[in-house]
Write a protein that binds this ligand. Structure first.
Ligand code: ZN
Length: 128
């Protein structure tokens, strides 16, 4: 079930622009923890994304694809030498994720992640 949902999400990403397609191979491992919650963490140096099972099971496929895209932006940033994936790097990841969601008709999701970003940028990510 996880595999099928992840494959569908990647299929959507593969139909995106060349810029996005070029980064898809950069995420090599998705490790799913058997936890009924939505926590997830990226290890860009290992090209690995670790997430709780609800991240894969409970989100829509488009939203899951947008999360993967967000992490691909960070892995790409890491490959370019960015070591602080917060701050400006985070702004870019949210922007690309929101644009993707809007392209796929998920304006409401796009607005809520941008609102979330506005909320966190003043606390944790103070260099914005
Ligand atoms: Zn991020």
């Amino acid at each position: 079930m996880h595999q099928r949902r992840i494959t569908k999400a990647f299929t959507i990403l593969e139909s995106e622009s060349t810029q996005i397609k070029k980064t898809i191979h950069k995420l090599q491992v998705i490790r799913i923890k058997n936890r009924k919650s939505f926590n997830n963490e990226l290890f860009p140096g290992k090209s690995e994304w670790v997430c709780d099972r609800y991240v894969i099971e409970k989100n829509t496929i488009v939203y899951l694809a947008s999360l993967i895209l967000h992490e691909l932006v960070h892995i790409d940033q890491y490959d370019r030498g960015v070591r602080n994936i917060h701050g400006r790097a985070e702004r870019k990841a949210y922007k690309i994720q929101a644009e993707f969601l809007i392209r796929h008709g998920r304006q409401r999701d796009a607005i809520s992640i941008l609102k979330y970003f506005e909320k966190i940028k003043h606390s944790k990510y103070s260099d914005l």
